[in-house]
Design a protein around this ligand. Structure first.
Ligand code: FE2
Ligand code: FE2
Length: 138
């Protein structure tokens, strides 16, 4: 969301929109995981595990986002494996679904990063011509 606000502020509406859509999907992931944890009689700790990195360069944001999505793919693949080992098929299925989503996010962010490399730094400005603000208010 931090990246989405900043990209919107820079006038890069399409990329801001991609980050916004992804953040909404991620909120759904948190909800699905929380529901599963409560179903299993656990409790949910709602606390950030790390500070948000204050990156303002779009290419650096994308590189960070790709790395984070790839990290999630690794974590959820490993969690799915553990769930299988412990005969928890429903949790395994949830993690496998999340792996698919995170691979999709990584691919979308990678494509934008590749486009900046291929077409140069004005790629994002050109992409924004004719697009409105992702918030729809500017
Ligand atoms: Fe996620
Ligand atoms: Fe993701």
């Amino acid at each position: 969301m931090y990246f989405h606000f900043h990209l919107d502020d820079l006038g890069f509406a399409p990329l801001a929109q991609l980050f916004k859509r992804t953040a909404i999907t991620e909120m759904g992931h948190v909800e699905a995981l929380a529901e599963r944890i409560l179903f299993l009689k656990g409790d949910v700790q709602m606390a950030a595990t790390s500070e948000v990195e204050k990156i303002s360069d779009p290419a650096a944001m994308l590189a960070k986002a790709v790395a984070m999505e790839q990290g999630s793919v690794r974590d959820y693949n490993s969690a799915a494996k553990d769930c299988g080992t412990n005969s928890d098929a429903a949790s395994k299925l949830l993690f496998e679904h999340l792996v698919g989503d995170e691979e999709g996010h990584a691919a979308q962010f990678e494509r934008q990063l590749d486009n900046i490399k291929r077409f140069g730094p004005s790629y994002l400005a050109l992409q924004s011509f004719g697009a409105t603000s992702s918030s729809g208010t500017a």
